[in-house]
Design a protein around this ligand. Structure first.
Ligand code: ADP
Length: 328
């Protein structure tokens, strides 16, 4: 398969819909050949960004560069990008093979070449046996793989995926995200995947681009974003963190870096609000001074050596070295 290391770059890209600024002058260079996730809450501008990269939406201001060339004004099929849609958008009356080969037909390739290439793509997504079926004879996961094969057949430099896993049940979602990651590695091309799920982004991405209110709030490797969130928004959205206001400012601390103990043993005093058993961990939340809530992920065995119940006084303990200062 082809490997492409063309760099995708957003230069002051803005999207306005009338008076709404959906994307506000964002800059970003995507890691060539990497798996990037655009992560953020609904309405923050992720899809608009993706659709502008794909050419399905006009850029109001700024430019999109791929391999140094400005692709902002090119039609979708001429950009070197391909899009996989959330609802898969398969043609119900065409077989799996013809769905996959469709864009080649549009390009005027002969039927034999089309079907040979479609066959290769179906092999890649492990669907060779089902090439004659119609879309409604397939499961959700299979339909998704057809949509993937159909997007990849144009040999794009960048594959764009808009909430590709949201239509699947939780079990299949986790399986398919493994498949996406495997495919991206095998193909060696850049994937840009839009999601509002932090667990999905952490599991998949080499690079997470966190968006909020039309701007990029933070971008970095999954581990960097998780371990060093820059703002309270990122710390809260990425999950697994407390944001605590202390006299010196706002800090993030991972919930698994907070321990619980008897208040007489020290720590920040609080009272237990809720205890939730989660298998490997027990999630404990406590109310502390200033009406703040602090959560602790306590390893199961440790919790049950000295269990707490809602209403109990508690001391919350952490190593100050694990406090991470937030800038906003
Ligand atoms: P996300 O993908 O993060 O949910 P979107 O990019 O879809 O965010 O939307 C960003 C903002 O732009 C939202 O306020 C949304 O209502 C608005 N928006 C999106 N598409 C349109 C459109 N076609 N016309 C008008 N407003 C739009």
């Amino acid at each position: 398969m082809t490997t492409s290391h063309k760099e995708l770059e957003l230069v002051s890209v803005t999207k306005r819909y009338g008076a709404t600024v959906a994307v506000d002058a964002i800059h970003h260079k995507f890691q060539p050949g990497g798996y990037a996730c655009l992560l953020g809450p609904s309405g923050c501008g992720k899809s608009s960004t993706l659709r502008m990269i794909a050419g399905h939406e006009i850029v109001s201001d700024g430019s999109i560069l791929l391999g140094g060339s400005d692709i902002s004004d090119l039609p979708p099929a001429k950009r070197g990008t391909a899009m996989m849609f959330q609802n898969y958008a398969l043609f119900p009356h065409l077989s799996v093979a013809d769905n996959v080969a469709f864009s080649l037909k549009m390009r005027g390739e002969d039927r034999q070449t089309r079907l040979a290439k479609a066959g290769e793509m179906l092999e890649l997504v492990d669907l060779s046996a089902l090439s004659d079926r119609l879309p409604d004879q397939l499961s959700g996961g299979q339909q998704q793989r057809v949509a993937l094969a159909r997007a990849l057949i144009t040999r794009p430099d960048v594959l764009l995926l808009d909430e590709p896993l949201s239509a699947l049940d939780p079990f299949l979602r986790i399986r398919m995200r493994g498949e996406l990651r495997r495919l991206q590695r095998e193909l060696g091309i850049s994937f840009v995947h839009v999601t509002h799920g932090q667990d999905e982004a952490l599991a998949l991405a080499d690079e997470i681009v966190v968006m909020n209110n039309a701007v990029i709030e933070q971008a970095g490797s999954a581990r960097d974003v998780f371990n060093a969130p820059r703002t309270a928004f990122v710390a809260q959205f990425i999950g697994g963190h407390n944001v605590i206001a202390l006299p010196q400012g706002h800090f993030a601390i991972r919930t698994d870096a907070v321990g619980i103990g008897d208040p007489s043993a020290g720590g920040m005093e609080g009272s237990i609000l809720a205890v939730e058993y989660q298998g490997a961990h027990v999630a404990v939340s406590a109310r502390v001074a200033g009406d703040q809530e602090v959560s602790a992920m306590v390893p199961e065995a440790q919790f049950f050596t000295n269990p707490f119940n809602p209403g109990d006084p508690v001391g919350l303990i952490w190593d100050d070295a694990n406090l991470h200062k937030l800038t906003a």
